[in-house]
Design a protein around this ligand. Structure first.
Ligand code: AMP
Length: 404
């Protein structure tokens, strides 16, 4: 079943055209700098090249005013390269939507009423949700002939119990403003949970895991019996692990201190914590490859950044093992989790007492695997897995299921 998967950001639009049965990705593209004079579309197509060959690249530059114009540009490329015409009938468009609140816990076929409810959630995710709404509206205008399905980043975490999702603040305020832990990256945590269950040879409903999605954004999830029971991101994707540009956990009083004594505005603190903190705040680089390079060259800030980054992850692994009481595996995924043996080594170092031990040579050789890899020593009570995530495939599958 042919599905177009759309991931709309504030100034970008990522998309994939893929077949949910064969898992072939027919086209993958990115529209960047929407709203600027220097917008660019990079469209990679498989249609005229064989399986295994590099994708054929089509580029287009020039101003793209908004998400509606971005869809026009993408449609023009699809028409020029011929994917939809040659590959078959599109059955639906799947949209990644960041915030589903507590209203949306399943993939949802979108109509104008759903869009209004998603829009009402914008205050809960002001950096992300407005772009998702723009993406939904533009895509539905461009492709009214097929159903559109919203797949929510928060949905997998709908099973988190109140003890884990409730913040210990004045509950009348919390309820009035819908303040609670929602959690994000749910599509990825769900996908790697199912893959890990396959590797472990157990039904997904019987696996207990700590999943670590370590990309530019990063989050940890405790999975009991295949369901999320705790996760590190909270009301927004700012809480939890140290990320590329986001601070993760901190004392909330830091924000008030900066406002009252350093003269910063709330908007300036918000921008600093989301855009100039995390690895970039610690050492000036958000890409771990660069952080490692600087640390190896003797940069003390970069080495400290690595230590802070790893320390936070270890703290969460320990906490989540305590939450779960037992675990089948720790799962590493996303850009860092799949590609960075040094971070993985440091995260699990010295955890033999908890039954966690990895084959260091296999770990060092595992970079960007196409299939899951089990790094643990045979017989280790808690396995350590590297599982490549595939959020687009998961969104496409959920879209196809919702459409069916
Ligand atoms: P993602 O958000 O999952 O695409 O992950 C992007 C991040 O993964 C980058 O910012 C890097 O920090 C990290 N990354 C990607 N490739 C590597 C690599 N080969 N080694 C270390 N980190 C990597």
């Amino acid at each position: 079943m042919l599905v177009l998967v759309v991931n709309a950001g504030s100034s970008s639009l990522k998309y994939q055209l893929l077949d949910t049965e064969s898992e072939i990705v027919w086209a993958v593209g990115l529209v960047e700098r929407i709203g600027e004079a220097t917008s660019a579309v990079t469209h990679r197509s498989r249609i005229r090249v064989g399986a295994g060959a590099p994708l054929e690249v089509h580029e287009r530059t020039g101003a793209i005013a908004d998400h509606a114009a971005a869809f026009d540009a993408v449609d023009a490329l699809f028409a020029a390269t011929g994917e939809v015409a040659e590959v078959g009938q599109l059955v639906g468009v799947g949209h990644r939507v960041v915030q589903g609140g507590d209203q949306f816990v399943e993939p949802t076929v979108v109509d104008p009423e759903v869009i209004e409810v998603v829009r009402s959630l914008n205050p809960l995710a002001p950096l992300h949700n407005p772009a998702c709404v723009a993406g939904l509206e533009s895509a539905m205008a461009a492709h009214p002939e097929v159903p559109h399905v919203a797949v929510f980043d928060t949905a997998f975490h709908a099973t988190i119990p109140p003890a884990a999702y409730t913040y210990a603040i004045d509950q009348s305020v919390a309820r009035a403003h819908r303040i609670r832990r929602y959690g994000f990256h749910g599509t990825s945590h769900k996908y790697v949970t199912a893959k890990a269950a396959e590797v472990l040879g157990k039904p997904v409903g019987e696996v207990d895991l700590v999943t670590l999605h370590l990309g530019n954004g990063a989050s940890a999830c405790a999975v009991r019996a295949g369901r999320s029971v705790e996760t590190s991101m909270g009301l927004t994707p700012l809480e939890g692990l140290v990320m590329g540009t986001r601070s993760g956990d901190l004392d909330p009083a830091i924000a008030f201190h900066l406002i009252t004594t350093a003269g910063m505005t709330a908007a300036e603190v918000d921008a600093m914590l989301n855009k100039r903190s995390g690895l970039v705040g610690l050492c000036g680089q958000n890409d771990l490859r660069e952080v490692h390079r600087l640390a190896a060259a003797g940069d003390a800030d970069a080495e400290l950044a690595l230590q802070v980054y790893v320390h936070r992850i270890r703290k969460y692994v320990g906490a989540y093992l305590a939450v779960l009481g037992r675990a089948d595996a720790i799962v590493f995924t996303a850009g860092v989790g799949e590609n960075d043996p040094e971070i993985r080594r440091r995260v699990v170092a010295g955890m033999e007492m908890a039954g966690i031990a990895i084959d260091t040579e296999l770990n060092a050789a595992t970079r960007g695997p196409s299939k899951p890899v089990d790094l643990s020593f045979r017989g280790a009570p808690i396995r350590v897995l590297v599982v490549p995530t595939n959020e687009e495939l998961e969104i496409a599958r959920q879209t196809a299921a919702a459409v069916r």
